[in-house]
Design a protein around this ligand. Structure first.
Ligand code: XMP
Length: 511
């Protein structure tokens, strides 16, 4: 297992992932693991410090989340954040009570005494509070190191045991000096060095791939998107022609997608194997309307296709895919406290019978970090800046039953949307844009005739990592052009609507 200087235990806070990101941004590699991770696996990562994240539960609730308490006996520096602080207080004999009023929002942090965790940050800095419970009395050995108006124990520390705790969330944007506080913990308390960057990440991944694969071969699932292209590049740098890149035409691709992907890979001198499995996918999906069922069928069919393909080459034991942290966190709730939102095709959709061992070098990082890694590896900008496209493709953008005529209709609308966005410069300015075919028909009038046709929804979002997103504020004239062109040019569509929901509570894709 690789060395991870700071391990973050996840207790289910919506901000957990930002803790690891902030640390990585300051040059300290960090990974998130579920709160229930066995101590042996935590230690196998040889951490120099552990952070306990926030979480929605109360420490005294019957079903609250608790870590293996031996983490407190390891002698490793620990930082507890919000719920993490309450766990520390409870474990060492302090008390935690429900706060008379929930403290939510900005607060001024007043230092009580100097501490290396505050190094180079000003007294009176603004921090972000978001908690119901609070620590009422601190355990023996701990001292209060900062207060705020509503939190007498905004920060506490036991400097002998190297245990620190914040009631506030240093990781969120509104905590002005939050990144520095996390960096101080890593650097001055844990003794980590700021040596990590995308270049070192690439080197480390290449070395790990070499060690894992040896002289075997790897089938690399390529979709043409940035994630799988980065994985294919890492693999070809690591093991050269032991990698077999396979692109599956599942019949759920956008218009011209297959040709575009083939051209991009050819121009990079990579021999891509294209497998046309569209009939297989479409026949398995016929009549299926439940979104999770669609996703599972697609995930499983991908593996079947890879299985057949791998038999054509000798020595393939591994399957490499561009799984990201976002895919994992939204698909699995096996060990962590997060809820399953969608079974991303390459995580929750994998069948039990799969024989391949997985290689997923991007499993711990986010889309924007992958883009930075892609640049580091010398991938062309037009590939790096491609909008994300989900593995289940148009199947999750045709609501309900997926069939060829509906896919064709959607493709025609989708091409127009992309064309308008490219020509107005909005493709680059937005995170993702696509059309969704709703199974809603409505009445219209075209010329002198009544129509009763399909409705298409346009979804354009702004995001940085896809965990949250807002609908893009596209000028009305551009929306008007999109709508006019789709209705005029696509026979069978007489209404276009714009999705104005953010994530959360909606998700980016409709299914
Ligand atoms: P949601 O819809 O969950 O999407 O808000 C977040 C981001 O992930 C993409 N997405 C997927 N990508 N396999 C993928 O490779 C999937 O199964 C999948 N589902 C959603 C989605 O397009 C968005 O960018």
């Amino acid at each position: 297992m690789k060395h991870v200087p700071i391990v973050v235990l996840d207790f289910g806070s919506q901000y957990t992932q930002i803790i690891a990101r902030k640390l990585r941004e300051s040059g300290v590699y960090s990974e998130i693991v579920p709160y229930s991770e066995p101590i042996g696996e935590i230690m196998a990562r040889t951490p120099k410090g552990i952070i306990l994240s926030g979480g929605p539960a109360s420490v005294y609730a019957v079903d609250s989340y608790h870590p293996d308490t031996t983490i407190f006996d390891l002698g490793l520096p620990i930082l507890g954040i919000c719920y993490g602080m309450q766990l520390i207080a409870q474990h060492f004999g302090g008390s935690v009570i429900p706060a008379s009023s929930h403290e939510y929002g900005k607060a001024k942090l007043d230092f009580v005494e100097e501490n290396p965790i505050f190094k180079d940050t000003p007294n009176g800095q603004i921090v972000w509070m978001s908690h119901g419970d609070r620590v009422e009395s601190i355990p023996q050995g701990f001292e209060k190191i900062a207060t705020s108006e509503n939190s007498p124990y905004a920060a506490i520390a036991d400097t002998n045991r190297n245990i620190y705790a914040f009631q506030f969330h240093p990781e969120v944007y509104h905590s002005q000096e939050g990144s520095k506080l996390l960096k101080n913990f890593a650097k001055h308390i844990c003794g980590c060095e700021s040596t990590w960057n995308m270049g070192s990440f690439a080197k480390e991944q290449i070395k790990q791939i070499q060690d894992k694969v040896g002289n075997k071969k790897v089938l690399c699932a390529v979709s043409g998107g940035v994630d799988s292209s980065v994985v294919a590049t890492l693999l070809s740098e690591a093991i050269g022609n032991q990698v077999i890149p396979v692109f599956v035409d599942n019949g759920l691709l956008r218009a011209n997608e297959r040709e575009q992907v083939e051209t991009i890979f050819k121009s990079r001198g990579i021999d891509l194997i294209t497998v046309d499995a569209s009939e297989t996918f479409l026949s398995k999906l016929a009549g299926v309307t439940d979104p999770e069922k669609k996703r599972k069928i697609i995930g499983e069919t991908f593996i079947e296709v890879f299985d057949v393909e791998s038999k054509k080459h000798s020595g393939i034991e591994f399957l490499a895919q561009g799984t990201l942290y976002t895919d994992v966190i939204e698909s699995v709730s096996v060990k962590g406290p997060s809820k399953t939102i969608k079974s991303h095709h390459n995580v929750g959709g994998l069948p039990d019978w799969m024989k391949f061992e997985l290689i997923e070098p991007l499993r711990e990082i986010f889309k924007d970090e992958v883009r930075a890694l892609g640049l580091e590896l010398g991938l062309p900008k037009n590939m790096i800046n491609r909008h994300p496209f989900p593995g289940p493709g148009l199947a999750i953008r045709v609501m309900g039953d997926v069939n060829k005529p509906d896919l064709e209709l959607l493709r025609k609308a989708d091409v127009i949307l992309l064309d308008v966005l490219h020509s107005t410069g909005y493709y680059e300015k937005t995170w993702q844009a696509f059309t969704v075919l709703l199974n809603v028909k409505s009445v219209g009038v075209m010329g002198d005739n009544r129509t009763y046709d399909n409705t298409v929804c346009v979804r354009i979002v702004d995001a940085t990592d896809g965990m949250t997103a807002t609908f893009a504020h596209i000028p009305h004239e551009i929306l008007e052009t999109i709508s006019r062109r789709i209705i005029n040019e696509v026979d069978g569509i007489n209404r276009v609507v714009y999705d104005i929901s953010s994530k959360p509570p909606a998700t980016i894709e409709w299914e």
